[in-house]
Design a protein around this ligand. Structure first.
Ligand code: NAD
Length: 289
């Protein structure tokens, strides 16, 4: 397939490289990045000329809207527009409407799995939009990832993503505060891990991404909390969840508390640029007052 790939940053570059390696004809566009091995066009619209598929991997909904406005008129009829960025549900649905109105097919397909998953081609895709378009794009998801779940109509992929990441933010905070409490109670970290990872407190945050250095599988905690998944990206996703909860009138007190804690951590406590699991040293430094 002829694929236009717009947004070749930390995630987009390895995703595009995997598509190229699999034999697809990939033309990229990015305002700043110039990834190795990818032919680059001068504009997003030029990258889309003659493309069967356009994939975007951009920072936020406002940028997605502006790129969509530029590339929709440039794509040939019947092309599929796949947005893999994490954005608000409203932007995803508005862009899908514009795409469909122009005679194109739209999928919102945010991912889980981070830069490691993007590089290894083991991302999980959660997809909203037309089922036939999903079927057509499935071979591409299978190259870039290990699982692609169709979640329903446009916007539902983003809905799944922000619900997942709200759980992730909340469980990471719960895991970090429990480790800090365990330390203060004189409980050995390894014993804490051995018990909780096989008891009812287990979670991905503890079992697969343990925030305590030297305990459990290798994680950013073992690398001075270099990200991994940066605290500011977690804050972005928690804010999207709160924005969605507001518009859907959903009660999400734990998500709200997690968003507030990450906001303080990122904006006033030096958490920017650190992995989101660096909540553990933050809790360790604090007492109750
Ligand atoms: P990034 O900042 O590394 O990459 C974004 C790229 O978009 C940059 O190279 C930037 O130059 C480019 N860009 C910005 N505006 C543009 C425009 N108008 N036209 C063309 N290019 C433009 O970010 P990332 O880590 O690759 O994340 C991309 C998306 O994936 C985000 O929505 C993020 O929330 C999501 N995501 C990231 C991770 C992760 O671990 N990094 C995991 C899952 C999802």
């Amino acid at each position: 397939m002829r694929i236009a790939f717009i947004g070749l940053g930390n995630m987009g570059a390895p995703m595009a490289q995997n598509l190229k390696k699999a034999g697809h004809d990939v033309v990229g566009f990015d305002l700043a990045a110039k990834p190795e091995g990818i032919e680059m066009a001068d504009t997003a619209a030029a990258a889309c000329e003659g493309a069967d598929v356009a994939i975007t991997m951009l920072p936020n909904g406002a940028i997605l809207r502006s790129v969509a406005a530029e590339i929709i008129p440039a794509l040939p009829e019947g092309a599929i527009f796949i947005d893999c960025s994490t954005v608000d549900v409203e932007s995803a649905r508005d862009v899908a409407e514009d795409v469909t109105a122009a005679g194109l097919k739209a999928l919102d397909a945010p991912v889980s799995g981070g830069i490691g998953g993007a590089t290894a081609g083991t991302l999980t895709f959660m997809i909203g939009g037309d089922e036939d378009a999903f079927g057509q794009a499935k071979p591409l998801f299978d190259i870039m990832g290990q699982k692609a779940v169709h979640c329903g109509p446009s916007g539902n992929g983003q809905a799944a993503k922000i619900c997942n990441n709200m759980i992730l933010g909340v469980t990471m905070i719960a895991t970090c505060e429990a480790f800090a409490l365990a330390d203060k109670l004189g409980l050995d970290r390894q014993a804490m891990f051995d018990v909780v990872s096989t008891s009812s407190g287990y979670s991905w945050s503890l079992n697969a991404y343990c925030p305590a250095p030297g305990v459990g599988p290798k994680s950013p905690a073992d690398n001075g909390y270099a990200p991994g998944f940066a605290a500011e990206l977690m804050l972005k996703d928690l804010r999207l969840a709160q924005q969605a909860a507001e518009s859907a009138d959903a009660d999400t007190p734990m998500g709200q508390a997690a968003a507030a804690l990450y906001e303080t951590f990122v904006e006033t406590e030096g958490g920017k640029g650190m992995d989101f699991s660096a909540m553990l040293p933050r809790f360790e430094k604090r007492g109750r007052g």
